[in-house]
Design a protein around this ligand. Structure first.
Ligand SMILES: Nc1ncnc2c1ncn2[C@@H]1O[C@H](COP(=O)(O)OP(=O)(O)OP(=O)(O)O)[C@@H](O)[C@H]1O
Length: 628
């Protein structure tokens, strides 16, 4: 490519309506040339803890995938294609043995993640962003501050044109078709010019025309020097022509590796003749499924389980010794190509930490604001429940005869705020986690940046909803008309909301939706019992007294009571002949709170907020390390 970037490559726009277009090469078309070589890869599930259930999915398979090639990984269902793909992409590490090399040297996973991209079968995308917003955010995160704004802009335009998404730039992801979602997923990953692209079933769910265009596009991406590895289910004969290299897996073994055109001769060399006018892949799948007898062992040894690359000779022979196969060449980069290879830099993210946080913050805010249904429902719930509670406890706040009811109201407030902040998070986060996993795996941003942005983005919403609720309830129940007391109660309520959201995040990070909802709600019960409302400190058995200090309900209830009855509040009104609790100090004594400090309650809640946030971060980190 010339330095002005004016070389042209022919790329096919994906829309069936568009004709092949000539697009200028930009920086996205000059990747580092990387050959991928793997030796004796085995993958066993259920190892260690559950030895009885251990299952070997891949059996010492080897192979070589070269740059500039479009490689299809094929095989019957359950053969181990996805497992192989996950391992090669670095998305699966547990239970894996063997060696993966890049240009002849052992793969360093951190560096490799920067050089490669993995597009999973399901498109885990944020549904409420538009195509343009998604691509712009990806460009800022993946190209970093080293690339000028104008370059980023031209790259964004280029990617959108290549993928035929220019007309859908203002369309939200939730409204895109399956094919458009797939194109977007590919576009987001090629924006920073990765050298190796892994795609798991990129054509699943696409119609035949979109499938051809998808594979043609992948072929063009490969031609520009990238190594493109994709799993695919039974490609048609027409589709087969786009692939350079086939890697066929059956029962966790490699039964063929080599060029597409040599597949039939390879089977012939094993006395397996593909019927005329038969799709060779259909034939290969039938063979792999055992429909032509027990020939898998011969096929596996024919290519030495992937160590050999089958090359047809001009004279077919029935023998299947190595005369038909070339030992896989040394994959270290030829001298001539080394010049074009960029130095593999230190493994850090393209964008600095603060840029990652700013971009993620903007993206998260947009998403939250656009989740109109959820946001409206939350606002409506806080308003309606506030009104209902206000009517139920109408004007009891200054009535010395309704002390227990008022204490119950203060306890309920905290309970309500906790659940309304916890539930949306615990339900939505397991889904959002998949987006995080995909983007983090593809080296978009660090987990720390994501987590900080997530925490900051949620804070305004955790403040607004409790404020709406509290204003309504406070006024309708006639709590003391003092700005200071209202502010103190509001601080406690917002802290409780933040704790609730943190608990939701912790459980949402660690478990799937069903388990997260069940466990989060169950685990809250003991905290609730030790709030000080249901049982006072004096009434709790001595060996359980310590638990009151680890209950954040205790701090929120105590802080609420002190806000309303503490700080020298004057005597309450009495509507009866005699009221036992006219003196607010007596009320606090009754609840064992006369010696308590409001400030310790706030500190207690803030400590909980920090603890659950940090625990949530480590739960995510653990998941990221172990799910992969
Ligand atoms: N974590 C796991 N625990 C137990 N078995 C597993 C696990 N992961 C994969 N397997 C099994 O390993 C085999 C290969 O799975 P894999 O998803 O790699 O197959 P595949 O070739 O991609 O199949 P398909 O084409 O149907 O997607 C399957 O039998 C699957 O049930």
């Amino acid at each position: 490519m010339d330095s002005t970037g004016m070389d042209e490559i022919k790329l096919i726009g994906w829309n069936s309506s568009t004709t092949p277009m000539l697009l200028q090469r930009s920086q996205i078309s000059q990747p580092t040339l990387l050959d991928l070589n793997f030796r004796d890869l085995s993958y066993t599930t259920g190892k260690g803890k559950r030895r009885a259930s251990a299952k070997t999915i891949l059996h010492q398979v080897s192979g070589t995938f070269k740059s500039g090639q479009l490689i299809a990984v094929l095989g019957p269902s359950g053969a181990g294609k996805t497992s192989l793909m996950n391992i090669l992409a670095g998305a699966k590490k547990t239970g894996v043995e063997g060696r993966v090399e890049i240009n002849g040297s052992e793969r360093k996973l951190k560096t490799f993640r920067k050089q490669s991209a993995f597009i999973t079968q399901e498109d885990h995308l944020l549904q409420d962003l538009t195509v343009e917003e998604y691509v712009v955010a990806a460009a800022h995160l993946k190209l970093g501050n080293g690339v000028s704004e104008s370059e980023k802009k031209s790259t964004i335009e280029h990617v959108m044109k290549i993928l035929g998404l220019a007309d859908s730039r203002q369309t939200r992801v939730s409204h895109l078709s399956g094919g458009e979602c797939k194109r977007l997923s590919i576009g987001l990953e090629i924006i920073n010019n990765p050298s190796i692209l892994f795609l798991d079933e990129p054509t699943s769910g696409l119609d035949s025309s979109s499938t051809v265009q998808c594979v043609a596009l992948l072929g063009e991406i490969a031609r520009s020097g990238r190594t493109v590895v994709t799993t695919i289910h039974q490609p048609s004969s027409r589709l087969l022509g786009y692939f350079d290299h086939l890697y066929i897996v059956a029962g966790g073994f490699c039964i063929y590796q080599g060029p597409v055109r040599h597949l039939v001769p390879y089977f012939q060399s094993m006395n397996l003749n593909c019927p005329s006018y038969h799709n060779p892949i259909d034939f290969a799948m039938d063979v792999a499924c055992g429909q032509y007898g027990n020939v898998l062992a011969d096929l596996v040894s024919g290519v030495k389980n992937g160590q050999l690359n089958f090359q047809n000779s001009s004279k077919p022979s029935s023998s299947h010794d190595t005369q038909f196969c070339n030992e896989i060449e040394d994959v270290s980069i030829p001298e001539g190509r080394k010049k074009g290879v960029k130095r593999q830099g230190r493994c850090n993210y393209a964008a600095p930490f603060h840029t990652q946080v700013i971009v993620l913050l903007g993206r998260t805010w947009r998403t939250i604001c656009r989740e109109k249904m959820l946001t409206t429902m939350r606002l409506a719930a806080h308003t309606l429940i506030g009104l209902l509670v206000g009517m139920l406890f109408w004007f009891i706040g200054n009535d010395a005869n309704a002390i227990l009811s008022n204490a119950g109201l203060l306890f309920f407030n905290q309970l309500f705020i906790l659940f309304t902040s916890l539930t949306p998070t615990v339900i939505t986060f397991p889904l959002e986690r998949k987006v995080l996993f995909r983007e983090h795996l593809n080296h978009w941003y660090s987990l720390k940046a994501y987590y900080l942005a997530k925490t900051l983005a949620d804070i305004p919403f955790q403040m607004i909803f409790p404020t709406v609720y509290l204003v309504i309830v406070y006024l309708m129940t006639n709590q003391p008309m003092s700005m200071d007391r209202f502010a103190m109660l509001l601080v406690i309520t917002i802290c409780m909301s933040l704790v609730g959201q943190g608990v939701g995040l912790l459980f949402g990070a660690a478990f799937n939706i069903k388990l997260a909802v069940f466990l989060a709600l169950s685990c809250l019960m003991p905290f609730m019992v030790f709030s000080g409302f249901n049982a006072t400190y004096d009434s709790i058995p001595y060996y359980l007294k310590g638990l009151i200090y680890v209950s954040f309900f205790h701090y929120s209830f105590e802080g609420s009571m002190l806000s309303v009855y503490g700080f020298g509040r004057p005597f309450l009104a009495c509507s009866q002949v005699y009221c036992q609790f006219r003196n607010p100090q007596r009320i606090l004594e009754e609840f064992n709170m006369d010696q308590s400090s409001y400030y310790w309650s706030v500190i207690g809640l803030l400590v909980f907020f920090l603890v659950v946030r940090v625990a949530g971060y480590f739960a995510l980190r653990f998941k990221l390390k172990n799910v992969m």
